[in-house]
Design a protein around this ligand. Structure first.
Ligand code: NDP
Length: 536
């Protein structure tokens, strides 16, 4: 399945860059030039079911392999990635529009770290855990939790980080002993297929990891194809559809959805660092990161100076095709997304917002948009409420810490946030009051790149976690194994009930549940009487 058939014939395509008359194929385009990259099959529901069936078959043997064996395959894949960094970055840049330099630093570097980390650490993170069961230990009981693979995991991923997002989830699932079927975005199918190619060359068993290329209908088919869990990353609207379909199948899903991430800059912040961070945080990946800075709140006293510096840094950025090493801002991934940016800017301008830098397309021939700084915004504008997902940095001022926190939390999203201050205690105090899955103090955007830490949002930004131990635990089934080591003594709460048992149980309610060894030991005479009674 998903064998790529490259065809250079020029083709008409809709605003998402996908041919609408292609019956069983999707076409991938370079968004910077509109040139066709190639065509891949658009997998049907039957193709997807077959892929899941193959994955399930292959998973049985894979689950029986040791963590060391699984890790060896992942580390071999890592070597291939390392040897081919430049070619991989070229492909990622070509299919997504981002600068090659960004493809290396924001996609390949984090995954190289993630592959090493989970290949070496998964065994320790999934070691069986003994559980302290308190007073039940006194009755000769022990409990432990063992972590077993889920089976087949469906991964559905977006186009903005077509390599880093799916690859991280694939590696973690494989290390957990699962098989994977991946549905990459229809805009970036070749990057998805490349991930499979790397693992194939690393010696991953046949059938264990399949890529089902296609559009949204292929993704919908994956949710219904009998997988054990869905790891979905994408928009809130699609996330809702996936959650509804998963609920009908009664399978769990992790949803990594959109963001409208705030940045708070207090007057005591390192102004130079904060301004550079705001510019990178808002414009890296042409602003198409779920954790991009989409709202910046600056304390009144420094607003003028901060804004001037942000505008100066923004004007110095170079918009160009991603293949140019000097490009700071590449093409956006598709026309449709640029349309959202333009619509948000148009509506904000109508309501009185002022563009301080950028505002236009900047370059012809692709889905380019200039990095744009906007002032005079408020929370009634779509630009401040909805995910823009493009290179726009709106600035607003605040007077007090309370007001800054209120503004940051006044959003239906809660993915990441950042707080800028030289007073670390204040930064961490404010961080803990912000409703977001991750809050950074004096940092922006990059923590999806830290494989060791949990990633995920609150509110509309999603459910569940990827990365870190919390992310790995999403990919296993926790099984509780409970053992009675004094099985010769039957439980005194079993039948038959008598007036004596009722009196004992009342004592249990008070003494056994107190958690005190002394109180529990006071129950001993009554417990012995009950045991004798049960033996009669
Ligand atoms: P979409 O929701 O449009 O698509 C995400 C994936 O779902 C794609 O592979 C898409 O296929 C597929 N899909 C579409 N319809 C269905 C369906 N009915 N059932 C199952 N799968 C379906 O998101 P985008 O690709 O536009 O990505 C941008 C969004 O992703 C932004 O909102 C961004 O914030 C979010 N995101 C969140 C991250 C996080 O970690 N929280 C990280 C990165 C992005 P196709 O592309 O072929 O239509």
């Amino acid at each position: 399945m998903a064998t790529q058939t490259v065809n250079n014939e020029a083709a008409a395509h809709d605003e998402r860059g996908v041919r609408d008359d292609a019956r069983a194929q999707i076409v991938s385009y370079d968004p910077a030039t509109n040139e066709e990259i190639g065509r891949v099959p658009s997998c049907s529901a039957e193709d997807v079911r077959r892929a899941v069936g193959r994955a399930r078959e292959a998973q049985k043997d894979w689950a029986a392999r040791s963590f060391r064996e699984r890790g060896r395959v992942v580390l071999r894949a890592r070597e291939i990635v390392l040897d081919e960094v430049d070619a991989l970055a070229d492909l990622i840049s070509r299919e997504s529009g981002k600068p090659v330099t960004e493809a290396i630093m924001m996609e390949l570097v984090p995954t190289l770290d993630l592959m090493r980390y989970f290949a070496r650490r998964a065994a320790r993170m999934l070691r069986p855990e003994r559980i302290n069961i308190g007073q039940y230990t006194l009755l000769g009981r022990t409990s432990r939790v063992v972590f077993k693979p889920l089976g087949v995991v469906g991964v559905i991923s977006p186009w903005n980080f077509p390599w880093a997002i799916p690859l991280g989830e694939v590696v973690m699932a494989l290390m957990a002993g699962d098989a994977v079927v991946l549905k990459p975005s229809e805009l970036t199918p070749f990057v998805g297929l490349k991930i499979a190619d790397v693992f194939k060359r690393a010696g991953l068993p046949e059938g264990l990891f399949n890529v089902a290329t296609g559009d949204g209908s292929t993704g919908a088919a994956l949710v219904e194809a009998g997988v054990d869990k869905i790891m979905f990353t994408g928009s809130v609207a699609t996330g809702r559809r996936v959650a509804e379909a998963a609920a009908r199948q009664l399978i769990p899903c992790v949803l990594e959805l959109g963001g409208k991430d705030p940045m708070i800059v207090f007057a005591d912040a390192d102004l130079e660092a904060a301004a550079a961070a705001a510019v990178w945080g808002a414009f890296a990946n042409a602003g198409q990161a779920c954790a991009s800075v989409e709202r910046c709140y600056v304390e009144e006293g420094i607003a003028e100076k901060f804004t001037a510096r942000v505008v100066e840094l923004t004007r110095a950025l170079k918009v160009d095709a991603g293949a140019n090493d000097a490009a700071d801002i590449g093409s956006m991934s598709c026309e449709r997304q640029r349309g959202v940016v333009e619509e948000h800017l148009r509506e904000a301008a109508e309501r009185g917002a002022r563009v301080l830098a950028g505002g236009g397309r900047g370059r012809d021939g692709g889905a380019f948009h200039e990095p744009t700084v906007v002032a005079g915004v408020d929370h009634s504008m779509r630009l401040m409420r909805e995910e823009t997902f493009g290179p726009v940095l709106p600035l607003m001022t605040f007077k007090t810490e309370e007001e800054a926190i209120k503004l940051a939390n006044d959003s239906p999203f809660g993915l990441t946030a950042s707080v800028w201050t030289r007073d670390i205690r204040r930064g961490e105090r404010v961080a803990e009051r912000i409703e977001a899955g991750t809050v950074m103090v004096n940092e922006v955007l990059y923590t999806h790149g830290i494989a060791q830490t949990p990633w995920g949002g609150v509110k509309l930004s999603g459910l569940g976690r990827t990365h870190g131990r919390a992310g790995l635990l999403e990919l296993v089934r926790a099984q509780h194994v409970h053992t009675n080591r004094l099985a010769v003594l039957q439980d005194l709460w079993w039948f038959a009930y008598t007036p004596q048992s009722r009196a004992l149980f009342r004592q249990f309610a008070r003494r056994f549940t107190s958690g005190s060894l002394l109180q529990t030991s006071l129950l001993l005479p009554a417990m012995l009487r009950r045991l004798r009674e049960r033996r009669r």
